[in-house]
Write a protein that binds this ligand. Structure first.
Ligand code: ADP
Length: 160
C-alpha cells in the first residue's frame, strides 16, 4: 500500500490545501494529513482544532486520515510507513523554501520521496495568512475555506 504524508501548519486549512489533498488522494492508496505542532510558531488554532476542521473538510475523501505530529517529518513518515511527502507549489516564491526542505529531508531519509503538485491557478493566490487577514477585517472568505472553517474563524476574531 502506497502511503503519502501531506504535512503543513494548516492554520487554517484552505480550499487551496483541499485541492492539493484531493489530487494527491487520487495518486496514492492512502494520504495522511500531518498537522505540524511547532512550539516556536504561534498558531491561531490549536492542533486539535486544526485536525477537527481538516477532518470535516476532507470527510468525502475516503482514503484520508488527519493526525497531528511533532518532531522530524521523516521520522513521522517512517512511523506511518509513508513513502512520500506531498507539497503544494504556488509561485516561484515557494520554490526556495521548498527546495531547502526537500534537501534536508532527502539528506535525512533517502527512502522518502518529495512530490510537488502545482497549485490550481484559481488557488495560486490563496494562503492561510491571507485568509486570516481577510477574516480579521470581516471580508468575505466564503470562497477560500469551508463553511465550518469560516465559522471557526469568525468565532476567533469576533466573539470576544
Ligand atoms: P507550511 O507547511 O509552510 O506551514 P501551509 O500549512 O500553509 O505551509 O501549507 C502546507 C502545504 O500546502 C505547503 O506545501 C504549501 O506550499 C501548500 N499550499 C498552501 N496553500 C496552497 C494553495 N493555495 N495551493 C496549493 N498549495 C498550497
Amino acid at each position: 500500500m502506497r502511503v503519502a504524508i501531506y504535512p503543513g501548519s494548516f492554520d487554517p486549512f484552505t480550499n487551496g490545501h483541499c485541492d492539493i489533498l484531493k489530487r494527491a488522494a487520487g495518486l496514492f492508496d492512502h494520504i495522511i494529513v500531518g498537522v505540524l505542532v511547532n512550539p516556536s510558531k504561534s498558531c491561531l488554532f490549536s492542533p486539535e482544532e486544526r485536525v477537527e476542521m481538516i477532518s470535516e473538510a476532507a470527510k468525502d475523501i475516503l482514503n484520508v486520515r488527519v493526525i497531528h505530529f511533532n518532531g522530524l517529518l521523516v521520522d513521522f513518515c517512517h512511523q506511518t510507513k509513508a513513502c512520500a511527502i506531498i507539497r503544494g507549489l504556488r509561485a516561484v516564491s515557494d520554490y526556495e523554501f521548498e527546495m531547502q526542505m526537500f534537501s534536508v529531508n532527502h539528506q535525512l531519509a533517502k527512502d522518502i520521496e518529495t512530490i510537488f503538485l502545482m497549485s490550481s491557478p484559481r488557488y495560486s493566490f490563496l494562503s492561510s495568512s491571507i485568509v486570516k487577514e481577510v477574516a480579521r477585517y470581516k471580508g468575505d472568505i466564503s470562497k477560500m475555506v469551508t463553511p465550518l472553517i469560516e465559522e471557526k474563524l469568525k468565532e476567533k476574531f469576533y466573539s470576544s
